[in-house]
Design a protein around this ligand. Structure first.
Ligand code: GRF
Length: 205
């Protein structure tokens, strides 16, 4: 059977990418066939190289505008014959043409229990709001910012200390578990959009 191919887009340190490489890549019929970034110096690209995965950089200044860059990223994703585009700390919005091109084949991980605290600095906003519990969400990507149908969520209690570093560490530890679990469910064909409700995800047992 041909492998299930994943492309990861990441802008930063790539700890979620690393969890995917460590737990899924080359196992269970899953291959990470490319890691792309808007930042040519991103640590995530070094992690890909270390795992002998092809990398590609799409720096903003090399394209006239976002649609042109996203079209180039889309062409590269297709050239890698990817089944799934996994955003792992990709800090750019993808344009609507890219979302339509890979509809329900793009996933993202967000460090909050969506729809709470979408957008940047979700952990900071959760602390500022004084919540006792925050968490992690994996969702399909639609045209909005962190608005796509939710695939999986897990709670993370805010530590009594309300210390940011402590909460970040707890959130990241959960991310590194939940993202591979959610991707595994997708690869297994267990995740689908409800035929009657485009916002609802059904997980088959
Ligand atoms: C994670 O917190 C993820 O939820 C958010 O960006 C961060 C990426 O971290 N979308 P890393 O680069 O995977 O370490």
């Amino acid at each position: 059977m041909s492998p299930f191919k994943i492309v990861v887009l990441a802008s930063g340190s790539g700890t979620n990418l690393q969890a995917i490489l460590d737990t899924l890549h080359g196992r269970e019929g899953i291959e990470v066939v490319g890691v792309g970034s808007d930042k040519p110096g991103a640590r995530a690209l070094d992690r890909a190289v270390a795992a002998a995965v092809q990398t590609a950089a799409f720096p903003r200044e090399e394209y006239p505008d976002r649609p042109a860059r996203d079209a180039a990223i889309g062409d590269w994703v297709e050239s890698r014959e990817a089944d799934l585009v996994v955003l792992a700390g990709y800090m750019q919005l993808l344009d609507s043409a890219f979302v339509a091109r890979f509809r329900n084949r793009i996933v993202n991980i967000h460090p909050a229990l969506l729809p709470s605290f979408p957008g940047l600095d979700a952990i900071g906003h959760a602390l500022a709001a004084g919540v006792e519990t925050t968490g992690v969400s994996v969702h399909f990507v639609d045209e909005g910012v962190d608005t796509g149908p939710v695939i999986a969520q897990r709670r993370v209690p805010v530590p009594r200390s309300r210390n940011r570093e402590e909460l970040e560490a707890a959130v990241h530890a959960v991310e590194h578990q939940l993202y591979p679990e959610a991707i595994r469910m997708i690869v297994g064909g267990r995740v689908r959009i409800d035929a009657d409700d485009a916002r609802a995800v059904v997980i088959d047992e």
